[in-house]
Design a protein around this ligand. Structure first.
Ligand code: CO
Length: 251
């Protein structure tokens, strides 16, 4: 039912500043930018492989995103899943009594979009999107979004909820409390909240880079210290507008 992770939404203070990291240092191509007045944001989409990164700058402090920024600071805000048939998906969810913010799709940056209530998704704000029928211009990106990490007090329950709501397939994982759900070529990794400092909901992103050494150099030029480990680079939220980010080599 869900074809891919369409994007992850990240709330930032200012798009212009966030571009310096996401566009100029990571090298993600900027696909579009627009003011979405009804959501009270100036938003941008950047290409990251099969998925995109959405940056959201509040237009004023009273909007939902403005309140989020005041309360939580910059960071991960929502997860958007791509469905071919947003009307059908919403109708199916509504028929099962799933709590929706938008009962009908409305125009958004990603196409025709709708939000589910976080109460319906174990506290995670989920957006559905049906992109325009015309194929989007493919922008080759040096980084591909591979995983979105979610923290949960009960990872099994969150994974079961997402499988039931969105028809996601569970991928094999070593025995333990974690769960991995496929969404197209990407995945949602659900980990116990205690593994991630007690954080619940959207907690981190994983990307894969074709040229990890080149990325390391670009980070160095930008004065950003990355932790280098056998699995790749780890970037702290202080350098990424609030998003713990792991970058591995393309597999
Ligand atoms: Co979005």
């Amino acid at each position: 039912m869900m074809r891919r992770i369409h994007h992850v939404g990240i709330v930032v203070e200012r798009l212009a500043t966030a571009y310096r990291f996401y566009r100029d240092t990571l090298g993600l191509p900027l696909l579009k930018e627009a003011v979405i007045a009804e959501q009270g944001v100036r938003a941008a989409l950047l290409a990251a492989g099969d998925s995109e990164v959405e940056l959201l700058e509040p237009l004023d402090a009273s909007s939902g995103v403005g309140k989020f920024l005041a309360r939580r600071g910059e960071g991960l805000h929502h997860l958007c899943l791509d469905t071919a048939d947003i009307e059908g998906a919403l109708a199916g969810l509504a028929a099962r009594g799933v709590e929706l913010i938008d009962a009908a799709p409305r125009p958004g940056l990603a196409g025709r979009i709708a939000f589910l209530h976080p109460r319906a998704c174990a506290g995670v704000l989920v957006e559905l999107a049906t992109p325009p029928a015309a194929p989007a211009v493919q922008a080759p990106a040096p980084l591909r979004l591979t995983r979105v990490v979610l923290g949960a007090r009960d990872p099994g329950a969150l994974a079961a909820r997402f499988r039931a709501l969105f028809g996601l397939e569970a991928l094999p994982l070593d025995p333990g409390p974690r769960a991995l759900l496929a969404v197209g070529r990407g995945a949602l990794l659900v980990v116990p909240a205690e593994e991630v400092g007690g954080a619940e909901g959207l907690v981190a992103l994983s990307m894969a880079a074709g040229d990890l050494a080149g990325l390391g150099q670009a980070l160095g030029r930008a004065g950003i210290a990355a932790l280098r480990g056998p699995g790749g680079l780890t970037l702290e939220p202080a350098h990424t507008h609030g998003v713990p980010l792991q970058v591995s080599r393309f597999e």
